[in-house]
Design a protein around this ligand. Structure first.
Ligand code: CP
Length: 320
């Protein structure tokens, strides 16, 4: 199939075939980082602006690196030092960035729906790098990519997402991608953060961690999103860690080949014990590496470069 969308705003609106095309394209890019010359000319002459109004390490750096490796000009917009601080609207900001030649706006914003708003008027490609508690589509893609690479398929796997589901954009993007690709999804955490309404999406809701992880092929742990919670959703961090943290006793309940995932940043000792985050079942840093391939694939497909150039022609003068 061919990619024919101008923007990547969410995974909810993508078909299974579109998600699969993104994952297959990312697979072609995975070996890119092993080449001597990590450069392709695909986006030469294009300008990518990273407009991050919320903090980020992994997403912003990997979008920047993806764009650089594809030979785009990359500008990192610093919200704190911008005229947003003087009251300029997001719409005016983006129109000005387009007047300066932006071809891609990669945006992280605290307001759910902000990238959808931009897409109503933007000429540039809009890529959602996380909007409020709504979606984080490239994180969802890199998570299912990591699962598919490790397990061979997503279909039929039991995936448990554990933690702050209510306020997590990562959870929503994971849920959409996993369900569309045929996984069984279990959500677990305190009832205040995992309301039964998620069952309407097709997920199983379980409030007992031992039950949620026992049969899982994958356990994806999420950070408590304090920055989005207006009131306390559980008595204390210590109580959360004792009831829902992945510790050594709970690790022993897991299948030996179950994958342990986390989108980062990790709060060590809260949702996961430090030794488990760094242990043999953890694929946390693999997720980060795969994020680069996924973001290269996203930029290429949006630019209309539907297929990855063959090895030896990707980089000017480079060989694999
Ligand atoms: N997973 C993730 O979005 O991390 P950053 O906030 O560091 O980008």
């Amino acid at each position: 199939m061919n990619w024919n969308r101008q923007h990547l705003l969410d995974l909810q609106s993508l078909s299974a075939a579109e998600i699969t095309l993104l994952l297959d394209t990312a697979r072609d890019f995975r070996s890119f980082g092993e080449r001597d010359v990590k450069k392709a000319s695909t986006l030469r002459g294009k300008t990518v602006i990273n407009l991050f109004v919320e903090p980020s390490t992994r997403t912003r750096i990997s979008f920047e690196l993806a764009a650089v490796r594809l030979s785009a000009d990359v500008i990192n917009f610093t919200a704190e030092a911008s005229s947003l601080k003087k009251g300029e609207t997001l719409r005016d900001t983006v129109r000005n960035l387009e007047a300066l030649g932006a071809d891609f706006i990669v945006m992280r914003h605290g307001a759910s729906g902000a990238p959808h708003f931009l897409a109503r008027f933007a000429r540039a490609h809009v890529v959602n790098a996380g909007d409020g508690a709504h979606e984080h589509p490239t994180q969802g893609l890199l998570d299912v990519f990591t699962i598919r690479e490790r397990k061979g398929t997503v279909r039929g796997l039991k995936v448990t997402i554990l933690g702050d589901i209510l306020y997590s954009r990562v959870a929503r993007s994971n849920i959409w991608a996993l369900l569309k690709l045929g996984a069984d999804v279990t959500l677990c955490g305190p009832p205040t953060l995992v309301p039964r309404v998620f069952e309407k999406l097709g997920c199983r809701v379980v409030w007992n961690i031992e039950e949620a992880i026992r049969d899982a092929d994958v356990v994806n742990l999420l950070r408590i999103q304090h920055e989005r919670q207006r009131k306390s959703m559980f008595p204390s961090i210590g109580e959360y860690a004792s009831l829902f943290g992945l510790n050594q006793a709970r690790l022993r309940l897991l299948k030996p080949d179950a994958l342990i995932m986390h989108p980062g940043p990790i709060n060590r000792g809260v949702e996961i014990e430090s030794g488990i985050a760094d242990g043999p079942q953890s694929v946390i840093l693999e997720q980060v590496s795969n994020g680069l391939a996924v973001r290269m694939a996203v930029l290429c497909l949006l630019a209309g470069a539907g297929s990855v150039p063959a090895v030896g022609t990707v980089a000017d003068g480079a060989t694999a």
